[in-house]
Structures are given as C-alpha cells and as structure tokens.
Design a protein around this ligand. Structure first.
Ligand code: GDP
Ligand code: IMO
Ligand code: MG
Length: 431
C-alpha cells in the first residue's frame, strides 16, 4: 500500500495516461494536481479508447475514486463534457469524483487572451494548446481569479460578472475591443447544478485515504521540462509539473509520498516551440512520428520527434527524485539496425551530462551520441523482460544504467496488455 506520484519526464505525452490507468488497477484513488485541459491522456482498454483532459486516468476504472486538486485550473464546459462523455459510455463518475473548491476557473476570456497573446508573438509564439492555461494561472498568481467555490456562493453570479469585466478589461488593454466573452446566467446555473455537488474537501479525503493505507496515485500532467521553474523557459506551461507540485497541488505533506514514478518515452517528442537538442528534422523524425503516431491528443498537432536524450532525463531523475522509471513506446523503435542515443552534450567544447544551468544554453548544446544496436523482431505479445530480443534488453538496461534508476515497467503498445512488469536494476560500471 503506498502513495505514488506518476509524472512525465520529458516534454509531455510520454504515455502517462496508459501507465496510470494500468497502475490504477491496484489503486483506490487517482488525483490530478496541476494543469488543466492542456493535458491529453490516452487510455486504451481492451475494447475502447478514451482521451482525458481534466479527469484523472483512473476515471475509466469503475470504483476508483478520482480527485481534482486545488493546483488545477478547470474549464467547466470541458469538465462537463468529459463527465457526460464517460456516462454516455456507461461509466459512472460523479459518485466517485471530488473536486477542490479552491481550484481556479478557466473562463472564456482566458481562452481568448491565450490565443490573442499567441497571435501577438508571431516570431516567438510558445505554441500553447490554446486552452487558456497561461492567463488562468496569471490571474491566480495575481490573486484576482475566480475559484470554483463561487459556484456555491449566493453571490456567485455577481462574482462571475466581476471576473468577466476584469477579463474584458485585460483583453481591451491588449487591444482587443468590442468582444463579449460573457457567460450567460443560464450557463452559470448549469455549471453550479452539475459541478457544485462535486465540490468537496479533496485534500482531507486524499490524506485520509493515505493514512488508512490505501493505494493512492497522484497524476502529473505535461512533463518535467515544461515546468514553470526548471523547464525550457519561456517555452513551458504555467504550472509546476515536478514531483513537489503533487504535495502543494493537493495539500499533502512530502513525508506521505512513498515513490515517484517517472514515465519516459524510449525516444523524445515535443509539441509546441522551444529547444530540443536531439530533434530529427528529416526522414528519421518522420519515421518516429509515423510509427509512434505522434500527433497531439489535445490539438492534433504533429509532435516533433528525436532520439532519446539522457542528459535531459538525468535532470528529471534529480529534480523529481525518481524512484523508478516506466519506459514506454519501446515497440516504436523496432526495425532499425542501430539506434542513436544522446548520452551527453557538449557546450563550447566542454562535456555536460545534465542540462546546462543557464536556460538559453540548451539552444547551443550539441548532443553526443552513442550508437546502440537495434532489433527487428516484433515485440507484440511479449510479457516478460527475458523474452525481449537481446538488443531491446540491452537498450532498457542501458537506460537504467545511464540514469542509475530502476526500470519497473516497459510499455510495448497502447493497450493494457502490452506491458512488461520487470525489475531492471542499474548495474555499476566495471572498474
Ligand atoms: P500522456 O499525455 O503522457 O498521457 O500521453 P498521450 O496519451 O498524449 O500520448 C501517448 C500516445 O501513445 C497515446 O496515443 C497512447 O495510446 C500511445 N501509447 C502509450 N504507450 C504506448 C506504447 O508503449 N506503445 C505505443 N505504440 N503506443 C503507446
Ligand atoms: P500531457 O499531459 C505535451 C505544451 C504546449 C506548449 C506549452 C505551453 O498530455 O503530456 P500551455 O497550453 O500549457 O500554455 O502550452 O506546453 N503542452 C504540452 N505538451 N503534452 C501536454 O500535456 C502539454 N500541455 C502543454 O504544446 O508547448
Ligand atoms: Mg498527452
């Protein structure tokens, strides 16, 4: 019985949805702690596929309790869409969902501001998901935002109006005039009717479950290098995606956490702009994109693809204190004689094994590649580490050794069954 944080170690889309759904088979709770509907987490069961943006990935498993922590920003229309979408597919969610009333709203004016600001940065667009995330966190930090608790407030409608007037003022300041981003009272009442009853003391309930010895999963969105602090600023999201954020985003003390699982794709992808040292722009990038079906779950954009970047992951191990790694999409690499892996960087002729500490220097690093042997035999149907082709075993072992972190799960397809539970421990270098 334990409390585990499960988070992304790269730039998002590592396969967190699949891993969390899988681990939720033995859990009583899954709880999101940051971000909003910029996330797109795919869960594939034997018969169906689900794309979750706000609900935790345990939502697909009947009986698993789901929480949305106060570190999140929540678009009410999107939330209702997801709740009703699951119900239409025969999955009851309301009876097991609890939402912190201290989470902040994403309102239509946030979405408008997000898109307006992006359009004003023609040469320096961040490539946001357009879900209003930046402006929603901006208002939260400015201490002017509307919290979901307003849905229970008898003056809620007036407070909504005040929040809207302020949003429209900000749009006008940015030069956008004459637009009405109003929410009608009818819409507000619908939100209150559907979401109001789901608000509750998420922090207390999750802590009680932890103290009762239940298995609790805390689900990260985005990835380590999109973190507002440690990420590739300014090409980041507006929340903290690191392990520490699971504590502050739900209201849990750090001593309650038993393990931190880092989900790492066997290669690297990124959507949106920003530095990406191992990016492949030619045929090899296209090969990874096609084989890995690397198109965004939230926006449908093609993802930028590149080889595995170990300095990037070493920083992820450090910043999150990873206890183990779930290595995903190993199947995508099948069919190559050789697989380049960046084991280090060079900056101004000096070797580096972690990210450079100055954010802009990531644009200037040169990856240093080792060529690891590839394999051609399909990984379909393999359920144990020993049955993998020898070169695939060496690839996994190489990652564990380089990151000095055990690999406890290998994913070889989107389905639950395409998973190998294992214990690949890092080996000490021979002296
Ligand atoms: P998340 O945001 O980290 O949850 O990841 P996404 O769901 O956005 O993107 C991961 C994509 O890869 C989804 O389409 C998954 O169904 C798929 N996927 C997950 N694990 C594997 C795997 O091991 N192999 C393959 N081929 N696809 C996978
Ligand atoms: P999941 O949880 C991949 C990226 C955007 C953009 C930057 C800022 O599915 O891994 P934002 O809309 O957050 O202001 O955009 O962050 N981004 C993601 N990339 N996966 C995600 O989520 C992402 N959420 C945001 O593409 O570069
Ligand atoms: Mg995703």
């Amino acid at each position: 019985m334990s409390t585990s944080i499960v988070l992304g170690t790269q730039w998002g889309d590592e396969g967190k949805g699949k891993v969390i759904d899988l681990l939720a088979g033995d859990a009583t709770w899954t709880v999101r702690f940051q971000g909003g509907a910029n996330a797109g987490h795919t869960v594939k069961t034997a018969k169906e596929e689900f794309a979750l943006h706000l609900l935790p990935s345990g939502a697909v498993r009947p009986g698993v309790r789901c929480g949305l922590g106060w570190g999140m920003v929540i678009d009410p229309d999107q939330l209702i869409l997801e709740i009703e979408g699951l119900e239409e597919r025969g999955i009851d969610i309301r009876s097991r969902l609890i939402i912190s009333p201290r989470a902040a709203f994403v309102l239509p004016h946030h979405v408008a501001r997000d898109n307006l600001e992006e359009s004003r940065r023609p040469n320096a667009a961040l490539g946001t998901t357009g879900r209003g995330i930046g402006p929603a966190y901006e208002d939260r930090t400015a201490r002017t935002t509307l919290l979901l608790s307003a849905l229970l407030d008898k003056n809620g409608e007036e407070r909504l109006k005040a929040a809207h007037d302020q949003g429209i003022r900000k749009l006008a300041q940015a030069g956008e005039r004459g637009l009405e981003w109003a929410v009608t009272l009818k819409e507000w009442r619908r939100w209150a009717e559907i979401i109001g009853p789901l608000l509750g003391d998420c922090a207390k309930e999750v802590n009680e479950a932890i103290l009762a010895g239940e298995n609790v999963l805390l689900e990260g969105a985005q990835g380590t290098h999109l973190d507002i602090y440690g990420g590739t600023y300014p090409f980041v999201t507006s929340s903290s995606t690191l392990a520490g954020s699971a504590c502050t985003g739900i209201g849990i003390g750090p001593l309650r956490i038993d393990s931190v699982v880092g989900v790492a794709k066997a290669y690297t992808t990124r959507v949106g702009n920003g530095p990406f040292p191992t990016e492949l722009e030619g045929e090899d990038g296209e090969w990874l994109r096609e084989r890995g079906r690397e198109f965004g779950t939230t926006t449908g954009r093609p993802r930028r693809c590149g080889w595995l970047d170990l300095p990037l992951l070493r920083s992820s191990v450090l910043w999150n204190g990873l206890s183990k790694i779930a290595l995903t999409k190993l199947d995508v690499l099948t069919g190559r004689d050789e697989i380049p892996v960046a084991t280090g960087y060079e900056l101004d002729g000096e070797p580096l094994d972690h990210l450079p500490h100055l954010p802009n220097d990531l644009d200037r690093v040169e990856p240093v590649y080792e060529i690891w042997p590839g394999w051609s035999r399909s990984l379909d149907g393999i359920t144990s580490f020993e049955k993998l082709p020898e070169e695939a075993r060496r690839y996994v072992q190489g990652v564990a050794d380089q990151l000095k972190t055990p690999i406890r799960l290998i994913s070889i397809g989107p389905e639950r069954s395409a998973t190998i539970r294992c214990e690949v421990l890092p080996q000490k270098p021979q002296s």
